[in-house]
Write a protein that binds this ligand. Structure first.
Ligand SMILES: Cc1ncc(COP(=O)(O)O)c(C=O)c1O
Length: 383
């Protein structure tokens, strides 16, 4: 143990020296207006939803007891998978214990034949790790410039692979920009490529019933496969992969993070059914939230901040040096607005930022306070 402890202490000291040591900070509901979490529709704070979700979970056991293939297949999984697929307009869905596990599973399970993956350069770590797990040859993984369809098309054109997989997110979580859904779908169809979309940050917020960004853009689910993590607007955890029934069968048979893991808690599956039901009815809340997001965008623009390509409820205020991002986090926290500094290696060097993660639980008074604090921050930075 001593040798291990010494080696680890050296590592941690290096992170300390770079001011990059991560620490867990307990949630404190009284510490201010919280713009650090991803509960975009505010369901964790909604007493009605919380009561309904608890009631839905009550009849089920806390744990599944086993892998779903070995005695842990509670009927609630099939029920929630059907409800989720119907909501998304997909033929079927399969429930995983997390978005991370779902992305790993999907990326590695689709390495068939001479498959080539065309991956947006800003894709989430779980998609990247899934591709690593797939043990692709270098030529099987082609990275295209973020949201650059011209670049993607040039790569697709050159490829002679039988199976082409285009992998993107719908809403990019560090920059708050959206993928060009319709154009991507058309491009993928033109090159007979399979489009895979991670909807983690768009689920619940976009779409007529909160189904996500692809649905909001009118792309039929028969044209893509979606990964839908439920730890954000759905106020739970776990994730559904939606697509054709044969994909579900294939994943059940090959996805290691499905086969070799205990089924997610049946409580959670039942609570997520309540999340789906609730999401469908949040039309006016989504509209009001979109209007609030729009107002905050206009305010931040007027202050002269660089918010990159953000058009959504995730707004980065890009400040450059890590020290500036950290100073901005402290400045806002001291004034009761909690937002996280995001620094390399999560974002590229020199693009440290304060990331505002807006949510539908904000009140008008919260909005005013956020505007005041950002105005003060702008004055401080300019001064
Ligand atoms: C785009 C994206 N995909 C997948 C995940 C992983 O999902 P989970 O938190 O359920 O593991 C995250 C982050 O949590 C994410 O931001």
């Amino acid at each position: 143990m001593k040798k291990l402890a010494d080696l680890i202490q050296v590592r941690l000291a290096k992170l300390d020296a770079l001011h990059r040591r991560r620490r867990l900070r307990p949630v404190d509901p009284d510490s201010g207006i919280d713009l650090t979490h991803n509960d975009y529709m505010g369901l964790r704070e909604d007493p009605g939803f919380q009561a309904r979700a608890r009631a839905a979970a009550a009849p089920w056991p806390t744990g599944s007891g086993a892998s779903r293939l070995l005695g842990g297949e509670h009927p609630i999984y099939a029920e929630v998978e059907e409800a989720f697929a119907a909501w998304k307009g997909a033929a079927s869905s399969l429930f995983f214990t997390s978005g991370y596990a779902a992305n790993e599973a999907l990326m590695s399970a689709l390495h068939l034949g001479d498959a080539v993956y065309f991956s947006d350069e800003w894709n989430h770590a779980s998609l990247i790790d899934g591709m690593r797990l797939a043990r692709l040859k270098p030529e099987q993984k082609q990275i295209f410039r973020h949201n650059d369809l011209g670049h993607l098309e040039s790569l697709l054109q050159k490829s002679t692979a039988q199976l082409k997989l285009v992998v993107v997110e719908s809403l990019y979580s560090m920059d708050g920009d959206l993928c060009p859904a319709r154009e991507l779908s058309a491009l993928a169809q033109r090159y007979e490529a399979v489009l895979i979309v991670d909807e983690a940050h768009a689920l619940g917020v976009y779409g007529p019933e909160g189904e996500g960004w692809m649905a909001a853009q009118g792309v039929d689910h028969s044209h893509y496969i979606s990964v839908n993590p439920c730890g954000k607007a759905m106020a739970g955890s776990g994730a559904f992969i939606c697509g054709p029934a044969w994909l579900r069968d294939h994943l059940i048979n090959t996805a290691r993070s499905f086969v070799f893991t205990t089924g997610a808690s049946p409580w959670l599956a039942a609570a997520l059914q309540e999340s789906i039901r609730t999401m469908k009815g949040l039309t006016s809340e989504r509209e009001a939230f979109a209007a609030r997001v729009e107002r905050l965008h206009r305010h931040i623009e007027a202050l002269g901040f660089n918010k990159g390509g953000s058009v959504s409820h995730i707004i980065p205020i890009i400040l450059g040096p890590e020290s500036a991002a950290l100073a901005a986090e402290n400045f806002c926290a001291e004034r009761g607005v909690l937002a996280r500094a995001i620094r390399p290696p999560t974002v590229p060097e020199g693009s440290g930022r304060l990331r505002l993660s807006l949510h539908a639980g904000l009140s008008d008074a919260d909005e005013e306070r956020i505007k005041e604090v950002l105005t003060e921050l702008a004055q401080r930075i300019i001064a």
